[in-house]
Design a protein around this ligand. Structure first.
Ligand code: IMP
Ligand code: MG
Length: 182
């Protein structure tokens, strides 16, 4: 298998500091509300764990797993739910937690789907944002870092299921400038 982590793009320390800031904002914005953090598996599991532990208000946690129809390299925008929520989100304030927003197709679809279940609100918190790759209009209320259109791994993000455990975000070696691979 080709591809291994190259240069560090965002260090573990930088991620920690930014996550703390985001958690503080979320704690203020959602005080007195009914917050449900929904992690999008698998990529969001590391970020959600670190973010949730820094939030200082009561919250519930749930997960969805989705798979995108289409080829490996082109997201079609049609998403199939592989693991649905366990919680009823009607009347609750849903915060979708994602590793990275690339084209935005996955989250656009998910937001629409969850809104049909009558939540009080649905917002997005993503560790990484690739604005140059966006194909649909999507409001990312809480965004950790803007990154260039490179394929990145670590801190939950994988290349062929590897490198999710890295404590930092790195650029996949030899992939500089090639955009997305999966
Ligand atoms: P979108 O629908 O194009 O926004 O797809 C977002 C999903 O694609 C993310 O949740 C990741 O799983 C995956 N993805 C996009 N860019 C990268 C990357 O640079 N590294 C690893 N996964 C990525
Ligand atoms: Mg993902």
């Amino acid at each position: 298998m080709k591809g291994k982590p190259g240069r560090v793009l965002i260090s573990a320390e930088e991620i920690g500091r930014r996550t703390e800031e985001l958690a503080r904002e979320i704690s203020e914005d959602y005080a007195g509300r009914d917050l449900v953090m929904v992690g999008v598996l698998k990529g969001a599991f590391v970020f959600l764990a670190d973010l949730a532990r820094r939030v200082r208000i009561p919250l519930e946690i749930d997960f969805v797993a989705v798979s995108s129809y289409g080829s490996d390299t082109e997201s079609s925008g049609v998403v199939r739910i592989m693991k649905d929520l366990d919680l009823d989100i009607a009347g609750k304030d849903v915060l979708l937690v994602e590793d990275i927003v690339d084209t935005g197709l996955t989250l656009k679809y998910l937001v629409g789907l969850l809104k049909e279940r009558g939540p009080a609100s649905v917002e997005i918190c993503a560790l990484l944002n690739k604005p140059e790759a966006r194909k649909v209009d999507l409001e990312v209320k809480y965004s950790g870092f803007d990154v260039p259109p490179l394929f990145v791994v670590g801190y939950g993000l994988d290349y062929a299921e590897r490198f999710r455990q890295l404590p930092y975000v790195g650029v996949l070696e030899d992939q500089e400038g090639s955009g997305r691979l999966s």
